[in-house]
Ligand binder design. Sequence first.
Ligand SMILES: [Zn+2]
Length: 261
Amino acid sequence: MEGIARFACERADVFCLADGGADFGAQVFPGVDPETLALRLAAAGDSTIRTAFNVFLIRQGDALTLVDTGYGRLAGDKGGLLPARLAALGVAPGDIGTLVFTHLHGDHCGGALVGDAPAFPAARVLMHAAELAHWQGRDDPGGRVIAAHAGRIATVAEGDAVAPGVTVWELPGHTPGHIGLRIGAGLVIVGDIFHSAALQLPAPETATIYDVAPELATRTRKAALAEIAARDLVFTGGHAVDPLKFARLRADGEGYRAVAA
Ligand SMILES: [Zn+2]
């Protein structure tokens, strides 16, 4: 289905839903010179720095867990497709029982509100305590999402289960409480440890202007990618693009290349 990729593992059906997409500008990756950028894009078969704004739906029987919410209406036509993606799967907003945030940047939490009201009215909301502390009280998308869900937010930390067989993977640096999820033994959602597979997988030291703590984010990226490669895990991320929405990693020189799972 358009904008929907699916991976079935032993614990769940996992859907990667594109809330939208765009091209990043080169300034997002300040450490990459123009020549290197062109080479890495060409190696990936791309001519622009493509990105998607992804949301994940974890389906376990009737239990539905949503991971992030996309941009919603925050960025014009770059986002806002999540409700249609869910409808295409027969899912109504009120069916979502748990909403997990990898972090509270606008492209991940903007779709959590319709006006000032929660878009997923029945969901309990989970995020890392450091993420809650970082955004609470701010006049920005993250702060507004926290305020709108007052009394419904619980915090989670490394190893906590957000659904059966789905546990928190702390991946700090992109934001203070940035998390991924481990789903069963073989699948991981890595949040925003990378924004462009084409530019960052071949050279994991490549940081972005969106990383709140770039050095920590880079250490986290390197360790996570090394584990994914060593254990031959299937991974997906907040900015994974087709045809690598679900992929595995192969060591390649100083970094990695992704192969479709
Ligand atoms: Zn993001």
